[in-house]
Design a protein around this ligand. Structure first.
Ligand SMILES: [Zn+2]
Ligand SMILES: [Zn+2]
Ligand SMILES: [Zn+2]
Length: 173
């Protein structure tokens, strides 16, 4: 799965909205642009903060309405376990189940397509006579760079940002 640049994300989204006959309003486009520029996932409130740089009158419903639209169009995914949102890097593909690899230290989210897992869930639901709508698979841990920092044995003599370790502990408590 290749990732798209923020420019490609915007171009693709505009193209799909045109095809689907839905409107990518300035606000919706701006929210998607902010998310595309973001490394990892972002909460609705952080989005609101950033949106206010260009739209000072933006309110929480402004952001939630834009997020709902982007979710509906499949341009973004909700990361349920930390209540944040992340851009989908293959939204031209039909509705899909992905495994979200969520870094607990820096909140980076890597989306991996989960065809095998998707089939297993579908089969299990079928056996149970359950009408499956959507499923969310999220795995927590440390991303490559955070795992490297976490395993660092010389914090007083390295280029890592060990500050974030303390931040995380404070936030969790
Ligand atoms: Zn996706
Ligand atoms: Zn990380
Ligand atoms: Zn270090």
């Amino acid at each position: 799965m290749s990732t798209m640049t923020p420019e490609q994300i915007m171009t693709q989204a505009e193209k799909l909205c045109l095809q689907r006959g839905v409107r990518l309003t300035t606000q919706r486009a701006e929210v998607l642009r902010l998310m595309a520029a973001q490394h990892g996932s972002i909460s609705a409130y952080d989005l609101l903060d950033r949106l206010r740089a260009t739209e000072p009158q933006a309110k929480p419903p402004t952001v939630y309405r834009a997020l709902d639209f982007l979710l509906e169009q499949g341009f973004i995914h909700r990361v349920e376990s930390n209540n944040s949102y992340v851009v989908c890097h293959h939204f031209e593909a039909p509705a899909h189940t992905s495994v979200m690899l969520v870094c607990d230290r820096c909140a980076a989210v890597t989306e991996k397509q989960a065809q095998g897992v998707e089939k297993i869930i579908g089969d299990l639901a079928g056996e149970a006579g359950f009408a499956l709508r959507h499923s969310v698979i999220e795995a927590h841990g440390l991303c490559v760079s955070c795992a490297e920092v976490a395993s660092c044995t010389h914090p007083e003599n390295c280029d890592h940002d060990h500050e974030a370790d303390g931040k995380k502990r404070g936030k969790k408590g």
